[in-house]
Design a protein around this ligand. Structure first.
Ligand SMILES: Nc1nc2c(ncn2[C@@H]2O[C@H](COP(=O)(O)OP(=O)(O)O)[C@@H](O)[C@H]2O)c(=O)[nH]1
Ligand SMILES: [Mg+2]
Length: 1028
């Protein structure tokens, strides 16, 4: 039997990957382990037990051990047994020698005539000697995870044997005599080199559980039906392409694992397996749903992930007992209506298919608690609704039934490109006379305009003009959302092949990291200033270099994918024993996840519409009409923008319209509910409508925030105008805003003193000082913010809510607010980390940071460093460091920030977060989280680092197409001051420390040993840092 841990690490067979593996493992573990545990508990409860650990690789036996019945010497690196074991242990029933270094079964073991259980798994056995035949009382024998090539015939003497685990060895066949093990009930023979299904097994009439997965044979014998007692059968990863007809006579079968084969169909009589409760057919080559399964009425779990199914039968509803249905990663286009009749369903996994529409009455599936549907082109219900879960889908479908239908195509159009590319001018040209500027900021910052492109068809574009200035880097990504059309604007006059990356390449990298599948249209402006040939040549060059960049990116992703494949082929045992390999110690599961993530990035590339359309935004307006037509025709493509023409409940549509009208900054929940009533939505139906409007970017409504859920931020243009105030980064504009008295402002009359709300006087010099403080250190007090934002905000409550919202978005944080308590009258100070400009931490901190170097220097040599490094080879997400600065604020104290570094404490443990911008093309940009402690206290450093790592992982989930990797730098190398410390794979952070492992090897400095506690955290992080 295997421990839970081993199952996780080593039993995953087959190719591909998904959460399915966890399932399989858990399932097998649960079943096998439960029985084993029951049996041994019964047996052991009355026994005298002794567990011994070695000291300096020596076991010292206590004196009086003659009565011992259970002896556990596992995990001791033993090569031989301590003297005097055999003769004294006359009562020994159970002997555990797992995870040692025995190269043969010690002779004395064979003298233990009373032995009932023997566990020699995870050793270095190459064979089992004949002596094993002497252990005639043995009921349970485990010799898995060795290197055994052959079993001795004498094993047949173990006539009482009930459980045998010979998995993970090098067996090519079984001895003839094996067939006389008549009492055997459980046999694990998986992951060996069996060339054929061993005929000896067929003679085992009592066999209930059999695992033959991961062997070399590719077919079952016709007389497989002799396994008449078998209830649980594992035949994973065998490359079988068919099952013999006789297979259908295994009528006791309850659980059947057939994943990772090459099956294209099941035999016609398969329906005879009426006791089957669970069948796993994942990772096969099924193109048609195996119809015979529908006749097995008792089926509770059906796994069909990673096949080639396109159709699910109409009468699926017949499987009324089904609790788990996994259909992910197929090509299914729609689900049968009867699927909602599967009312016992608890797990429904559909991700990675082609499903656009869900059947009605999804509310019936109320028991479903595992629901995965991402990576489907869902339009009905809208994707945003589907992602939120079954209750939301049910509410939507109810709404659709209650309300009339409405279509109102409105597409988000995003203009990107360098400063001076001509975005704003282009927008003005395209939108033309009917310009209705929703932004109030004039020509600064991010602006939103409504462009009614075709009144007849009511086609509207919501045009976002993203400033090209770097100041806006932090907030720009918020506006890059799926289901928008992107226009990348290039100034053809200033473009030259040498600055391709700045003009074009960078923006494509940025977009593909955030919205991997986005549709991009390229527009070249300033054509009037270029000659015809110049336009032609530059357009072609843009085109050519986009192709090159794409080719390079794909190539490096492919190379990585290949490396992962190779590491997988090596197998976990090789990877975990050789520190030189690329994915040292990384579990199969983590590797497979990594692979599927790379595959995702390879499958989801930007859709770039060529060629570059050149325009002039001067009076001639050359090609502007063509551009308009192009945008409209792209929008009309149902394949590209399926969402655009979807039908929504009219009440939702109306709710959206009604929310656009009020000019206030926010609405209370009750205001919103009143609008809901006007639209015909009762209060109980409002929540899901608002949540849809939030998810689809129409307004902001945070249902998961205690304070914010009482409010609806419906006025996006005004909110964007507020963001623009904070990010324009211009001293005189800021001062102007402060000095003019809001709407009443009359700059000619600027007084020297401005009264703030509390009647306190703020002198002009004061304000100047604040503006400087803001631009250099990102600090502003709330009373100044209030002045700054007039007239966009008016009341104290406006200010309070806006600041709360900005904190939620990770734009700033309050530095003096007692956690979760209101400030008692004191002025709140806010920190905007993206404004921190000083390169060095300030003086008082430099001391603490040991000279402000890039790492916490170890003041004592006994200190060990933990250093987790994230590297970003293509693109460092703009604003990531600033947003991370905000997110960690609730975890740290006494922080000091400089432009690229934060020094802080978690409790008493120091942490340093450093951002290292790339210093050359070949060097990746990095972000590191580091801490230190003495070795015995290293867990405190892990405690300091882990929550920050998890925060960063959460932030990185916003970038589904981003390529990055995570490493744990070798503490020994760091201590030596090495300039290129060895980097252990970051995946280890999410893996449990391997049982029995105390040290890992660092290959850098002549195979130095590093304590395992410096590489693996005490408890694994929730998600692997390298995964999304
Ligand atoms: N001659 C010419 N000038 C243009 C054209 N498009 C934009 N401009 C000018 O280029 C400058 C930058 O344009 P703007 O729209 O502000 O660029 P943005 O930073 O991308 O928004 C402005 O002075 C525009 O008037 C064009 O097609 N031809
Ligand atoms: Mg502009």
């Amino acid at each position: 039997m295997k421990t839970l841990h081993e199952n996780k690490e080593e039993q995953e067979g087959g190719s591909g990957c998904s959460a399915m593996e966890d399932k399989e493992n858990n399932l097998k573990t649960a079943r096998l382990w439960r029985d084993a545990a029951l049996r041994s508990r019964k047996l052991r409860s009355n026994l005298r037990q002794l567990t011994l650990c070695s000291k300096d690789n020596q076991i010292i036996l206590p004196e009086d051990i003659a009565d011992i019945e259970v002896l556990n010497l596992g995990n001791n690196s033993l090569q031989e047994l301590p003297d005097g074991l055999g003769s004294t242990l006359n009562n020994l029933r159970i002997l555990v020698l797992r995870r040692n270094k025995f190269s043969a079964v010690p002779r004395v073991v064979f003298e233990l005539g009373q032995l009932v259980e023997l566990d020699m798994s995870h050793n270095c056995l190459r064979s089992v000697s004949e002596g094993v035949g002497q252990l005639r009382g043995l009921k349970k024998l485990c010799i898995s995870h060795n290197k055994i090539q052959q079993l001795p015939a004498q094993i047949a003497a173990l006539q009482l044997l009930e459980e045998l685990d010979i998995s993970f060895n090098d067996l090519h066949d079984l001895p003839r005599a094996f067939c006389s093990l008549g009492r055997l009930r459980t046999l694990d023979a998986d992951h060996n080199k069996l060339n054929q299904f061993p005929p000896e097994i067929l003679a085992l009439g009592e066999l209930e559980e059999l695992d033959c997965s991961g062997n070399k044979f590719e077919a079952l014998p016709a007389d497989v039906m002799k396994l008449q007692s078998t209830k649980i059968l594992w035949l994973s990863s065998l490359h079988m392409s068919t099952l013999p007809d006789s297979f259908c006579q295994l009528q006791q079968l309850e659980s059947l694992m057939l994943d990772g084969n090459k099956l294209t169909a099941l035999p016609p009589a398969f329906g005879r397996l009426q006791r089957l409760k669970m069948i796993n057919l994942s990772s096969n080559e099924l193109e048609a749903f195996p119809q015979v399964l529908l006749s097995i009425a008792g089926l509770e779990e059906l796994y069909l992930s990673r096949n080639k199914l396109s159709h699910i039968p109409e009468d699926m509803g017949r499987l009324g007992k089904l609790a788990n249905l996994w259909l992910d990663n197929n090509s299914i286009t729609y689900l049968p209506d009867s699927i909602v009749e599967l009312e016992k369903l608890e797990e429904l996994v559909l991700q990675g298919n082609q499903i656009a529409i869900l059947p009605d009455n999804f509310g019936k599936l109320s028991k479903v608690n595992i629901w995965k549907v991402k990576d489907n082109p869902l339009i009905q219900p809208p994707y945003e609704v589907c992602m939120k879960g079954i209750p939301y889908i049910a509410a939507y479908q109810k709404e659709l039934a209650l309300s009339q239908l409405a279509v109102k195509p409105r597409l988000k159009l995003v203009l990107m490109g360098m400063k001076g590319a001509g975005k704003t001018r282009l927008r003005q040209s395209v939108v033309g006379g009917q310009q209705d500027a929703m932004g109030t900021q004039g020509n600064k910052g991010i602006e939103v305009t409504n462009w009614v492109a075709d009144a007849g068809r009511r086609l509207t574009f919501l045009v976002y003009d993203l400033s090209g200035k770097q100041n806006y880097d932090l907030i720009k990504p918020f506006f890059l959302s799926p289901a928008a059309l992107y226009v990348l604007v290039v100034n053809l006059k200033t473009y030259s092949p040498k600055n391709f990356y700045a003009h074009v390449g960078y923006f494509l990298h940025l977009l593909s990291a955030k919205v991997p599948h986005a549709v991009v249209c390229l527009v070249g402006t300033h054509a009037d200033l270029c000659g015809e040939v110049e336009v032609e040549e530059k357009s072609l060059d843009v085109h050519r270099q986009i192709g090159l960049q794409e080719k390079r990116d794909v190539q490096s992703l492919r190379t990585l994918a290949l490396q992962v494949d190779q590491a997988l082929e090596q197998g976990y045992s090789v990877r975990s024993s050789s520190p030189h390999v690329l994915f040292y110690g990384v579990s199969d599961r983590n590797l497979r996840r990594r692979k599927s993530q790379l595959q995702y990035m390879l499958n989801h590339r930007l859709q770039i519409l060529s060629p570059v359309l050149s325009v002039s935004c001067t009076e001639t307006q050359t090609n502007i009409q063509r551009l308009r037509e192009k945008l409209m025709s792209v929008a009309d493509h149902r394949d590209i923008f399926p969402n655009l023409h979807r039908v929504l409940p009219k009440s939702w549509q109306m709710l959206e319209e009604l929310h656009f009208k009020p000019k206030d900054l926010w609405l209370s929940w009750w205001d919103s509910a009143r609008l809901g009533l006007q639209a015909g939505l009762t209060e109980d139906r409002l929540q899901s409508a608002l949540s849809y409007l939030h998810e689809s970017g129409k307004l902001l409504y945070f249902e998961d925030s205690l304070t914010l859920k009482e409010y609806v931020f419906h006025n996006l243009p005004r909110f964007i105008a507020i963001l623009n105030v904070f990010f324009q980064r211009d001293e005189s504009t800021l001062l102007d805003r402060l000095l003019c008295e809001g709407e009443r402002g009359d700059k000619g009359r600027v007084s020297l003193v401005i009264e703030d709300e509390k009647g306190e006087n703020l002198r002009v010099t004061h304000l100047q000082h604040h503006v400087e403080g803001f631009l250099q250190h990102g600090l502003l007090p709330s009373n100044v913010i209030r002045l700054l934002l007039r007239p966009l905000i008016q009341t104290q409550q406006d200010l309070h809510l806006i600041m709360e919202l900005l904190e939620k978005m990770g734009v700033c944080y309050c530095i003096n607010k007692p956690r979760s308590k209101p400030l008692n009258g004191a002025t709140a100070w806010y920190k905007f980390p993206s404004y921190v400009s000083s390169e060095e931490p300030r003086a008082e901190v430099a001391e603490a940071a040991a000279g402000g170097s890039s790492l916490p220097l170890c003041p004592f040599f006994s200190m060990e460093q933990l250093h987790i490094q994230y590297s970003f080879p293509f693109l460092f997400p703009p604003g990531l460091f600033a947003r991370f600065s905000v997110q960690i604020n609730c975890h740290v104290v006494q922080r000091t920030d400089s432009r690229h570094q934060i020094f802080a404490y978690r409790g008493k443990v120091p942490v340093v977060i450093s951002h290292r911008p790339s210093r050359g093309k070949l060097q990746a940009e990095t972000l590191s989280i580091a801490s230190h402690a003495s070795l015995p206290n290293i867990w405190t450093a892990w405690q300091a680092v882990t929550p920050l790592v998890e925060e960063l992982n959460v932030l990185l989930q916003e970038w589904p197409g981003l390529h990055y990797s995570v490493h744990i730098l070798c503490s020994k190398c760091l201590k030596r001051g090495s300039s290129s410390p060895h980097a252990f794979p970051g995946e280890l952070l999410s893996q449990p420390r391997p049982e029995g492992l105390t040290e890992v090897i660092c290959p850098k400095n002549g195979s130095e040993r590093v304590n395992v506690a410096l590489v693996y955290p005490p408890t694994p992080t929730v998600v692997s840092p390298c995964l999304k």
